[in-house]
Design a protein around this ligand. Sequence first.
Ligand code: BYC
Length: 353
Amino acid sequence: MIQYLRQSRNSCIITAGAFFPFFRSMYTQMVEVLGGQNGETAQERRFQARIDAAETIEAKDWMPEGYRKTLIRQISQHAHSEIVGQLPEANWITRAPTLQRKAILLAKVQDEAGHGLYLYGAAETLGVSRSQLVDDLLAGKAKYSSIFNYPTLTWADMGAIGWLVDGAAIMNQIPLCRCSYGPYARAMIRICKEENFHQRQGFEIMTILSRGTNAQREMAQDALNRWWWPSLMMFGPPDAESPHTEQSKRWKIKLLTNDELRQRFVDQTAPQADYLGLQIPDPALHGNADTGHYKFGQIDWAEFYNVIKGNGPCNRERLRVRKAAHDDGAWVRAAASEYARKREGLPALEQQI
Ligand code: BYC
């Protein structure tokens, strides 16, 4: 695998591993590059020009260390979110109201596992191992989405998660299908197709409940009350307080800012709540005919920061369950590694069969 070892602001060494021996002869040398404006090296300027020209960056291409690190951070957080995100919904698989609902929920939760795997795979192309990423999660060093630290108290929460949480996820992730890093963008295309189904199944649960008995309508309203504000927090802190947005936009790791995506989500979701006959729990929410956007009330950012620091209602429980599942799976990983090791010893022809 290629490793980029940054030496100083204006120089870097690029080494290529055994998989790309020709890189070794071409590039294993100190590459002196001219300092440019804003302290950018010529190599960094060429890289930015590729981004500005909407070229896709691939795993073997040169990239600034900051770009690689930002991608690893974002993609791995995203992968962890998919994996931890299975837990709140898995809580309802055994209690789904019908066999059909159970089958749908089971398929959705399995999809989340698949999304996690595509994303860990995309992160691995950047030279980090999956086991390192998982260790960071279990040690509490890596983040996952704040939204999965809230409890799922009723069946209506399955509807609210699909409608709001997957709805917010799609809003965030559709632009990522056009992000600058090829392996991430391609993983996102596949994920978004499945997220669409997830969002629709959630909205359908909410539709049935909101047209049902009084008790069902109340249950749907209660779920909306609890999931609305945490869903708005999913998009991250306000732009003015987001340390990563500006650089990530420049690198096209993010295509839109946190506030832009949040506004789009509110604009899309408020009319859907009207259609359901449910009340969004925000007295300040109103459509503005002049701007074509909904204005909404103040988000409780103290709650958001508290959750991402590890103090949300379910943070400890989520990590405890995740760690137990990881420990329980140790024998599967050992068996798979042993199987792979034995296969590597087979002649090439047999390996292909
Ligand atoms: N939760 O400068 P900012 C899903 C952190 S999975 C926790 O704006 P960035 C689904 C942020 O990491 C949904 N932490 O950062 C799955 C940073 O901390 P560090 C997951 C958050 O990266 C199963 C700090 O706050 N989606 O939908 O430019 C079932 C400053 O923030 C959160 C993705 O991961 C948060 N909500 O922007 C159903 C999408 N927000 O790292 C559904 C990909 C911010 O410096 N990720 N932080 O310690 C992104 O688009 C971006 O990473 C974010 C944050 C918009 C989330």
